[in-house]
Design a protein around this ligand. Sequence first.
Ligand SMILES: N[C@@H](CCC(=O)N[C@@H](CS)C(=O)NCC(=O)O)C(=O)O
Length: 151
Amino acid sequence: MIYNNRAQNSASKSVADDYVMNQPPASHAISQSFLSVFALVDVRTDMLPTNKLVEDALSENKVVVFSKTYCPYCTKAKRLLDFLNVEYESFELDERLDGQAIQNYLKEKTRQRTVPNIFINGQHLGGSDKLHEAHASGKLQLLLAPISSSL
Ligand SMILES: N[C@@H](CCC(=O)N[C@@H](CS)C(=O)NCC(=O)O)C(=O)O
């Protein structure tokens, strides 16, 4: 009640009084919603942490395989890369807490909802079938060749 008295006795009611009386001004709701957005978004990049993890992996590694440990197509794809002595970064989505979030982002980015989801030089290649097709046609060898200087 002491707060009500203060408010009634005050000629010019301050924003602080609004808070004390549990009647936050409209600007409070707006700033709260901004805060909750920033809690989810990496403010440095405006990107969700999961999306940034994927994009960082694609820019830092020549070959990236998003995989699941029990997936036979993933095993087949990784076996081919191993056989060709290709270095790759793999993310086993079934072993990660953010695995589903990564798969959701990959689906949004590539329209592919299955694993393996394979990228070379940051470009989406596809799944195991596409990798084997690319190997058979010679496209894979071209994609994996070091990028030559155009001097
Ligand atoms: N034709 C695809 C088949 C891939 C596939 O069916 N993968 C299964 C796992 S073995 C999958 O992603 N299922 C949906 C899921 O796990 O969310 C390829 O060659 O990669």
